[in-house]
Design a protein around this ligand. Sequence first.
Ligand SMILES: Cc1ncc(COP(=O)(O)O)c(C=O)c1O
Length: 349
Amino acid sequence: MQIHIQKAEKSRLEAFNFDNFSFGIETTDHILVAQYAQNQWAEAKIEPYREISLSPLAMCFHYGQTVFEGLKAYKQSAGIINIFRLDKHAERMNKSLRRMCMPEVPRELFIEGTKQLVNLERNWISDKEGYSLYLRPFMIATESRLGLVPSQEYLFMVVATPMASYYSKPLKVKVEREYVRAVEGGAGAAKNGGNYGAAFYPTIQANTQGYDQILWTDAQTHNYFEESGTMNLMFIVNGTLLTPPAGSTVLEGVTRDSVLQIAKHIGISVEERPISIAEIQNHFESGSKIEAFGVGTAAIIAPFSQIDINTKSYIPYFEADAQMFVLKKHLQNIRLGISQDIWGWNTLL
Ligand SMILES: Cc1ncc(COP(=O)(O)O)c(C=O)c1O
């Protein structure tokens, strides 16, 4: 596939301090850009990172046709770069795009474009433990026009930003029973911008009450767990891994999929099924050993140290020998090329 590459004259890497940076503020030197108009994609370009200019009437500003992905590239030993589950993210991007009436990104554009961008930025990937390059492919509606119809023009871009470990401490979470993230038949299974904008208000309310995150519940009854922030939700109860199904209200996480496959492979029994709050509460109250954690690209596996359900607080198990850390280690070993990549998850550069 033809991708025109214009290299930056000077890298900003020298001025970047890997020991002191905030996630998501500084980008690498380049950006991938591809335009869609008149029912076709123009040739993709990798250019020096730059700002973009859009008409105030660009439809993304008004009707929310914006979709994004988030994945990571790691540095393995001997300087090999690994983009983790690139294919799966390409697939999910297109699933989200279909839901938002936006044209799909050709698989080759997503895959080759991301590979070539990462290859150019390989020096931005630190091999320090927990470090990676976070990749943000995204697409926005750019047609300059008011009117409630899908845009005819789009911009697909990929930007990259260095990342260290995401959450440094276990999370205190609250079961949310007032606000909802998604409803059956809505767009909760898509990674469109609006889902995240609408989550800010309840999340900030919870933050001001001292919580790190919310555990979303179903819109109809508020009695079943769904997911949490930018993570899918998992419990390990007396050795069995439980996770809510990834239906129309839950984003089908790539980390979720990886963790479930690893769990089955190492002999942990897995149940993907609706999990009621009452069930988990009963387990806590009967003294079962419960691990509770979020799984997602950014956080990988984030243990919960406290779950508040209505006015009661429950403390899951998160000591170093918890099974979630065994799963995390397996996942990391595959990413870092320490264990065999039996499922073909790694794209090596
Ligand atoms: C709402 C939501 N749920 C779950 C996830 C976890 O998905 P993944 O493992 O693909 O990062 C994310 C992150 O993309 C998310 O935004």
